[in-house]
Design a protein around this ligand. Sequence first.
Ligand code: SF4
Length: 387
Amino acid sequence: MLTETAKKALEKQSYRIIGTHSAVKTCGWTKKMVKGEGGCYKLKFYGIMSHQCLQMTTSISCANRCTFCWRGYKAPVSKEWGWAVDDPEMILNKSLEEHYDLLVGYKGNSKTNQQLFQQSNTVKHVALSLTGEPIIYPRINELLKLFNGRGISTFMVTNAQYPEQIRDLNPVTQLYCSVDAPNKDLLKKIDLPLFSDYWERMLKSLEFLSQKKERTCIRLTIVNSLNDVEPENYAQLIQLGDPDFVEVKGYMFVGDSRQRLNKDNMPWHEDVVAFSKKILKFLPDYELISEHIPSRVVLLAKKKFFVDGEWKTWIDFEKWEKLINSEKNFTSLDFVKKTPSVGISGRKIKEEVEKKKGIYVNEETEELEFWKENKDDSSKDSNDDGC
Ligand code: SF4
């Protein structure tokens, strides 16, 4: 049970607690998108409409204490499920209710793009990735079915500590495993895992990930002077998980992680690109195809997503909805569509950012016209980094 103190601390950080073990928080990118200030990298890479995205978790509790996590250490830690099991329908309804309530204030905001605000009243995506470990909720498959039935796509992020739950999970639109270090000792130092067999759990999780038919992704979070080493070992772990995509992302010096790391641990975007290229040397089946500079992240995609002369990493959500609700067998290639914008700019942002005395930059993108409205550098105020 979440203690009153922990609950209050989380609510102070704008979390809304749902039932006994779930929580919702508006993503910083959702807020930006409602103001017409651009979307998250999952919009650019996969077509997630950030203003229609619900960020939540079905388990506030986590089995790791990752050094780079921007979320606070106020939430509980545990290895096993120790809560009552809330009803999935209640979790879904209450989460949507709280999400809409958190956004309602934007209606009267002078910066709000009213058309986008209206659209934000219909959630189309859920990112099961907020604090904690959503996959350990015992009725997660029932909840996924409810999301599918309502036409809400599902992205789920796991920290690779619960292999059986990965094996038993019904298909989600895109399943993530985090790989936070290239070797056992570093993983312990960075993730501070509760499980003593944390490394074996990660290897088993990657093995189960490789058996999934849905879209899969491995996420690396690169922290300067900590885990930006041994690219060949990262590549080996990636090959074990055999994902469709790899996201290589720079650690962002935001939120509570600032108490544990310092600004120099945050790689520049160009450092992330350079390190990805080192990993890529050992991954002949992948290509570096896109970047999102504000999030300091790049996308490595499996070459099979280059279809008929174009990259197709975006999701055809209508097709996804039909397939997932039809109970037919399908693969990750059955619901793709063209990625509107690909390529690596080669921009060196260190100098640009230092001139502005900030730590973020905006990115000019072409795929969605409405990004161009009301644009300013509001990302400077961001205190979180999305999912
Ligand atoms: S960063 Fe994650 S939670 Fe935020 S809008 Fe994008 S997909 Fe949704």
